[in-house]
Design a protein around this ligand. Sequence first.
Ligand code: ATP
Length: 366
Amino acid sequence: MAQIVLDNVTKLFGHVAAVNEVNLKIHDGEFFALLGPSGCGKTTTLRMIAGLETPTTGSIFINQRDVTELPPRVRDVAMVFQDYALYPHMTLLDNIGYPLKVRGVGHGELRARVTEAARSLNIDHLLDRRPSQLSGGQQQRAAVARAIVHHAQVFLFDEPLSNLDAKLRVEARGFLKYLQHELGVTTIYVTHDQAEAMALADRIAIMDQGRVIQVGAPLEVYRRPQTVFVAGFLGSPPMNLLTGRIDLAKKQILINCVGLSFEGFPCWNDLVQQAGDGEGLILGVRPEHITLYPEQTDFAFPGDVYVTQPLGAESLVNLQVGDEAVSVRLFTDEPPRLSGRIWIRPDPERIFFYRSSGELIATASS
Ligand code: ATP
């Protein structure tokens, strides 16, 4: 088991800062997710921890040992790649046993340990097959078995479930979480899928353009996104983000010229203190924190329904508010029959206010 520290790590490829001044401390035994859109620097960060890339500046420590310049084989990390990277000409037994073979483990012990790892992943009946004779899900489990077979002190997973179909993916997710808890091995998991990061990780680092934007436990980050970027990345569908501005004289926020009166509004004073008259704002409201009304009511503004999506236990309603699209989640298995103009009321206790530049100013619940 291991603690991992990234101290001001930057990686340049030519003029591109793939990773930019990243500081992270990953605790012993933690399941830690690196989450962000394509190209934000997740894989490069993981490859530097594995020793497959060297930072341009900054240092990496595993259990207080500076490993920045050390080759992968002395770091005792096991990495699972997105494409599994199994050797096509080898059987599953040889593929999974490869890390043991290169460490000089004898044939009898190797077979026993491979069989044990394969059994825990339910692929022990496939050990004589080659990768081309396996399904994607079986190959993925073989890659995980190869990572766990030699009891490394760190697991590094780079989108290991991305090639699986939706059902298998949810199953494999549950299995990985169970396995990590059983083994207690420090694990870093790269994904662009926010649901996967939320479901698996003890903590998540959200990255954008090479930088870490926010780190925290999944629900902590979900409940209090510090920037518009994080707000718009977590949740499915993500938070609605509406542009507006403050009108102090009228005690109103103007959203796309639609006035939202703020008489008695919980964080109005905070907002006025921190943002000036006429200042541009972004209002964040999660789809599940909006109520729909057939007529004008307090603290509501008009929108036009353009589609409803029944999803089984819940339904999504898509509306147009001025020139902005808004989604509303209704927890009902009865698809709503909605069309035309309706009124939408965000829960005043659940609105997030961000500056136009993206930082959080205030929330009603703070
Ligand atoms: P994805 O989810 O698409 O795998 P990512 O978040 O893992 O993306 P990286 O693969 O770390 O992102 O890439 C970060 C940035 O660095 C990207 O702009 C990418 O084009 C660039 N990059 C990565 N590897 C190299 C390389 N070997 N040479 C040049 N640029 C690179």
